[in-house]
Design a protein around this ligand. Structure first.
Ligand code: ZN
Length: 144
């Protein structure tokens, strides 16, 4: 197990612009505000979705897009450091007009219709992502 301990910092409430890229805008926000550790949640709607599924046997991501208007039922994520820069890792559940839900790892290509983000900034030594041979992912490898 690898763990870090943090103190609660400011809470940011962020409304993303219509037509912006969900992952790109949150990444831009944390970079501009030099946020290196955070937890976040969001809800709203997207005009199209770009998600990833991690193939645990093949140890590679499979990217897919959904070209329809979707509710963002729930999004959750965190901010840590990768290669010395803030890295936003988010997953979300989406639902179609019939209420059928699906989801995955949020990739680029999620076009915002309306989106509200609550971001809890954390103060402490940021967690750093490092390559993990067991999973093939870049996981928290400890603090700086
Ligand atoms: Zn993920």
């Amino acid at each position: 197990m690898i763990a870090g301990r943090f103190a609660a910092g400011p809470v940011h409430l962020i409304r993303l612009d219509h037509g912006s890229d969900l992952l790109g805008e949150i990444t831009r926000y944390v970079t501009e505000h030099d946020i290196r550790a955070a937890s976040l949640a969001f809800l709203g709607a997207v005009q199209r979705a770009g998600l990833r599924y991690y193939d645990q046997n093949g140890k590679r991501y499979q990217d897919f897009t959904i070209d329809e208007h979707l509710e963002v039922v729930a999004g959750v994520g965190n901010v840590s450091l990768l290669d010395g820069k803030p890295f936003v890792h988010i997953h979300c559940a989406l639902a179609d007009e019939d209420g059928h839900a699906f989801g995955g790892h949020v990739n680029e290509g999620n076009v915002v219709f309306a989106l509200e983000v609550t971001l809890w900034e954390l103060h402490g030594t940021p967690m750093v992502r490092r390559p993990d041979d067991c999973t093939g992912l870049t996981l928290w490898g400890g603090n700086l």
